[in-house]
Ligand binder design. Structure first.
Ligand SMILES: [Zn+2]
Length: 68
């Protein structure tokens, strides 16, 4: 199963990190914990509209604060 690495930017601690995702992930909205500060992050996968494969990811705060 192909795995891709996507770069994420933590809105809490401001650090960049990367995670590995399966390319044909069925969940496009998941919770990942920042490995640096431990905050849960709302990760929304960006899918290629034609292939449905994961091409990237966006990080949002889970606490409702939309300031990212
Ligand atoms: Zn963090």
């Amino acid at each position: 199963m192909p795995v891709i690495k996507v770069d994420l930017h933590c809105p809490y601690c401001g650090k960049d990190f990367d995670i590995e995702l399966v390319e044909n992930a069925t969940e496009d909205d998941l919770i990942e914990e920042c490995p640096l500060c431990g905050h849960p992050l709302d990760v929304r996968l960006v899918l290629d509209p034609q292939t449905g494969n994961v091409v990237g990811a966006e990080v949002h705060r889970v606490d409702g604060d939309t300031d990212d």
